[in-house]
Write a protein that binds this ligand. Structure first.
Ligand code: RIB
Length: 302
């Protein structure tokens, strides 16, 4: 089995459930709040480890109470934390509201995640060298992501960028991405093309391929997912389940894809595996609390 290195964020999620999302200026009474380990990078690493992936993580936490809890959560799930550094200052925190339709709204205070710099990638370069697949998201500084992708490609690694939260990316980042895993909104921001139908998704994906991305898997929520490279287009329907909380669904999907590729599964098998994992994830509350184990996936009838 190939090894995976995740470079990304760790956040403590502070979660409140409400019936409806608050309107501007409105105060609402919600449920009792919960603290749940999260962060897109850490969620993806935990998703991979629970699915039997061999995974290390490069990232930073602060020297507050949250930092230690976040590292312990990774350790408990057998993620290699040798490349997670602790720095003076606050850890990343995410304020999350989840409504009765399972949709969320998230505001991240990045804390230590924004202090992951090029020099940290150099110090942790062994984490990349000893891996075959490198997975990044956009909750650490863009300059660090650009550098990490560039160094990973120099070392001949397969790179996956989950472009969340989406921002316009310069071509120097995009050209070093083998697989991009946006949702529709993220693809719209990255490509600059308004997406109104399936043809627009394909056109937007083609824009990204012209910029140098080799493969895209666009997640379409309950509709499914679409694979696009310069010669092929494949669609995979999603599994229908009753969603309770969509937090970390995208993370679980990208994590599952990386594990499938680490086991040399083909695209269709990988998309099916990731769709099962995504379906199981939205049936439970929270970020890392909702990520399924390989046994859950094997038991899932769909
Ligand atoms: O993708 C879900 C994650 O986004 C949450 O765990 C939160 O920390 C934010 O990073």
């Amino acid at each position: 089995m190939k090894k995976i290195c995740v470079i990304g964020s760790l956040n403590m999620d502070l979660v409140v459930n409400v019936d409806e999302m608050p309107k501007k200026g409105q105060t609402l009474i919600g449920s009792q709040f919960k603290e749940v380990p999260g962060g897109k990078g850490a969620n993806q690493a935990v998703a991979m480890a629970r699915l039997n992936g061999n995974v290390s993580m490069i990232g930073k936490v602060g020297n507050d109470g949250f930092g230690q809890t976040l590292v312990n959560a990774l350790k408990k799930d057998n993620v290699n934390t040798d490349y997670i550094k602790v720095e003076e200052g606050p850890s990343g925190v995410a304020l999350i509201t989840v409504d009765k339709n399972a949709e969320n709204s998230i505001v991240v205070a990045p804390g230590a995640n924004f202090r992951v710099l090029r020099e940290d990638i150099d110090k942790c370069i062994d984490g990349i060298k000893e891996s075959d697949i490198v997975v990044v998201q956009l909750e650490t500084p863009l300059d660090t992501i650009k550098y990490a992708l560039q160094e990973s490609k120099k070392l001949g690694k397969y790179t996956i960028l989950n472009p969340a939260p989406a921002v316009k990316l310069d071509d120097d980042i995009i050209k070093n991405v083998d697989l991009l895993t946006p949702n529709e909104t993220e693809l719209e921001i990255l490509s600059g093309l308004k997406i109104e139908n399936e043809d627009d998704i394909i056109k937007a994906a083609e824009i990204m391929i012209q910029k140098g991305v080799k493969q895209l898997i666009v997640t379409l929520g309950s509709k499914g997912s679409l694979y696009i490279d310069k010669d092929n287009i494949k669609f995979k329907k999603s599994y229908k389940v009753d969603a309770l909380d969509t937090t970390a669904a995208g993370d679980s999907y990208t994590g599952a894809l990386a594990v499938a590729f680490s086991q040399d599964k083909d695209i269709e098998e990988a998309m099916d595996f990731a769709s099962r994992v995504g379906a199981l994830c939205v049936m439970k509350e929270g970020a890392q609390t909702s990520l399924p184990t390989i046994q859950d996936v094997l038991n899932f009838r769909g």
